[in-house]
Structure formats: C-alpha cells, structure tokens
Design a protein around this ligand. Structure first.
Ligand code: T4K
Length: 372
C-alpha cells in the first residue's frame, strides 16, 4: 500500500500568509525594493544577533556568496576542497578560475579529513574550502592549524550550518569567511538567499561593494563585482522566518530522535552521528545503507519511491564524477575511497517540521521491513 500524498526529502517552512502582509505593506509604502533597504539592514543585524556573529552580508543565494567570498579574499591558484558536497561548492572555484584539489573525507563525519590535507598542498595552494556537511561541524581546529602553518585562507561552505554551535560558540566564526544558504530547502529559508559571515567591518565593506558591482560611491567602481544583493521581499520574509526558526529546529530535532529510535535495531542501517556539535540544526537525516543490509541503497531508495516517499541521495554522485571535474588528477576514485563509499551508501530521509510522527513511522517501517 502506498501513501496517497508524496513525501519529499524536505518541505519549506512557511508562516501563515497573513503574517507576511504587513511586511509587504511596508515595502509597498516606501517603494524601496532592493539595494540595501531597511529590511536588508534589519535582517543583517537580526541574524548577527541570532547566530552570535559580528558581521554578515546578505546575498541573493549561497552560490553567489561563495563566488564572492573567494573574490573578497583574492583567492587564486589551487584550493583544497571536498568531493562530498553539493556541486555549487566546487563550481564557485571554477567561476573564479581556481583549480579545485579534492581531498578525501573522514568516515565518521563525512567532512574533509584534516589528516589528508597536507599531502595535497602545493606551491599553488592558496586556500581550503571545507563544508560543514549536513550541518555537522568540521574539525575546525585541525584545519586552522594547517592553514596557519602553510599561510592558507579558509572559507567554509556553511550552507547547511545555520545556527550550529561547537564548544566555542557559533561554528560560523571559524576560518576567514563562512557562507550560508537560505534556499527553500534549508532550515532557515528566504525563498532564495545566502550570506557571508565576515570577521570585521572592513571585510564586510569590501564584500558589500563586490555584491553591488564593485561600486564604492556613485561614480567609483573598484572591482568587477557582481549583482549579489538580496531583495527587500526576501529580507522581509527572513525577518518573519527568524521569529519561528527555533520552533522549526525543535520540530526537526524530534523527528531526528524518532528516526534514530526506530532505526537503531535495524541491521545494516547506520544513522550518521553528530560531529561533536553543542547545538545542532537537524538539517538533514542521512543514513548509510551498509553491506550487511539485505538490499542495496538504490533498491531501498526505489522501494521508498514506490511508496511515494522521495528520499534523496545527497551526495551522490560525487562532485568529482561530473564531467567538468573528473579529468582532474585529484578526482580519481583511488584518491577518494571514503567519499566514494559514502556516495554509494548514503540516503537522506525526509525531515521537515510538518512531517508527522506517523509519516516517520511509515518511512522507518519500510526500511525496517527489509531486514525482518
Ligand atoms: N553549498 C552546499 C553545501 C549546498 O548544499 C548548497 C545548496 C549550496 C552550496 C548552494 O546554495 P544555494 O545557491 O542553493 O543557496 C537542493 C537545493 O536547490 C540546494 O540549495 C541545496 N544545496 C541542495 C542540497 O539541495 P535539489 O536539486 O536537490 O533541489 P530540489 O528542487 O530537488 O528540492 C528537493 C525537494 O525539496 C523537492 O523534491 C521538493 C522540496 N521542495 C523544493 C523546493 C525548491 C519544496 O517543497 N519546495 C521548493 O521550493 O537541490
């Protein structure tokens, strides 16, 4: 028997429509639609406060924010990164004419393995771009140590890490810059959107110029900047979303715990553990379908689909399998055994605030059903 209504891997949280009307009214009244208007400024400071960071620049999406972060730090040459991510991570390097150098991941966290970074450093290496995959923090201390030793910059792709904290507070404070995504599929969404977390006002100013074509004033352009500005409508929506984000994360936490309980005894299913975070955001629920599970990951994926349950294989294929990357020496599967295995086994189960306990039970039931 299959579910009548499809269950997707995620569903964006939306507050009641009538709550957004007063925000729209303000925009209609003042006629400021974009270019750093009042909602843009408000959301930047509200997010700084919520996230526990000093400076933040809003963007139209996470990808343009990544591209701009690399520009802001004038990164060139080679950048060490992970093959186990959404393709935008590596694309941001190609958009800057930078050569990605792929390094394998840690089998427990599925984040860039610091122990393998040093061997990939060459005289052309200028930076490291790790990803806090699924919102699980990277080993930020070990990565910083390597960066300091070799005089490299660190730009975190923190697209999944909204609100995540480790021992020292917000994980977004690590590295030279961190980049968030506020895409519809993220824990905190502004329809489309993103941000760069910057360490100081000077860097934020440069980033603000870069996202506005490089304009410094009406008649001065200092860099070939891009149009990366978040519009007032997205920023206003962000202000409203921020009010409910703690409840959103709490609801996700409940679903996460329910899955873990239901799947704990299922032979061959490994629920990915945390990476030592003190505050998590439960942005994804990845499981690994191990070799002792009765059917393959893809067979399980199809079985769920047959029940109208649309899990996703994030991150399969690996970035290094795409044509624009696979010719690079570091993209060779032999260089990336852990990532290759994870890509073969992983599947992200549906997780979003309005997913009911009953639906979670159904999904876990399909998975447990094979190993009975
Ligand atoms: N770095 C990392 C590590 C990232 O994961 C991402 C984005 C980025 C950088 C780039 O950030 P942005 O430039 O996107 O801000 C999705 C998202 O489009 C993408 O933002 C995200 N990562 C990636 C992991 O997932 P798809 O192609 O899987 O999305 P899609 O459209 O298949 O959506 C998945 C499901 O969500 C749908 O089956 C139904 C549901 N959904 C989706 C949308 C867009 C809705 O219910 N409503 C919606 O509006 O990439």
């Amino acid at each position: 028997m299959s579910n009548n209504n499809p269950i997707y891997v995620t569903q964006p949280h939306l507050p009641p429509l009538e709550e957004f009307i007063p925000y729209l009214k303000k925009i209609w009244d003042n006629k400021i639609l974009t270019n750093g208007g009042p909602f843009h400024r408000q959301l930047e400071s509200a997010l700084c406060e919520y996230l526990g960071v000093e400076h933040l620049a809003l963007f139209t999406n996470g990808t343009i924010a990544l591209v701009t972060a690399l520009q802001a730090l004038r990164i060139t040459g080679e950048v060490i990164t992970t093959p186990y991510s959404f393709v935008a991570t590596a694309h941001s390097l190609l958009w800057n004419g930078i050569k990605p150098v792929f390094v394998d991941i840690d089998p427990d966290t599925l984040n860039l393995d610091p122990a393998k970074i040093e061997a990939a450093i060459t005289p052309q290496t200028t930076a490291i771009m790790p990803v806090h995959c699924y919102g699980h923090p990277c080993d930020v201390e070990a990565i910083q140590k390597i960066a300091d030793n070799y005089n490299l910059k660190v730009i975190y792709d923190a697209a999944h890490a909204f609100g995540v904290q480790n021992d020292s507070g917000s994980v977004l404070r690590h590295g030279d810059l961190s980049v968030l995504s506020f895409h519809a599929t993220k824990v905190f969404n502004t329809f489309e959107g993103g941000a760069i977390i910057c360490p100081d006002a000077k860097t934020k100013l440069r980033i603000d110029q870069l996202k506005n074509f490089g304009f410094v004033d009406e008649v001065t352009v200092v860099a070939p900047g891009i149009n990366g500005k978040m519009s007032e409508i997205n920023a206003a929506f962000g202000m409203l979303q921020l009010e409910g984000v703690a409840d959103v994360i709490a609801a996700r936490k409940e679903i996460d715990h329910r899955y873990r309980k239901l799947l704990s005894g299922v032979k061959g299913i490994r629920c990915l553990g945390d990476a030592g975070e003190k505050v998590a955001n439960y942005s994804y629920f990845p499981i690994l379908v191990e070799n002792d599970y009765p059917v393959t990951r893809d067979a399980l994926y199809q079985a769920l689909k047959d029940q109208n349950i649309f899990a996703r294989r994030y991150f399969y294929p690996l970035i290094t399998d795409f044509p624009m990357y696979r010719g690079l020496p570091s993209a060779h599967a032999g260089n990336l055994p852990v990532a290759s295995e994870a890509a073969r086994k992983v599947m992200c189960l549906p997780i979003y605030p309005s997913l009911t306990g009953e639906q979670v039970d159904t999904i876990a039931g399909v998975i447990a059903g094979f190993s009975k």
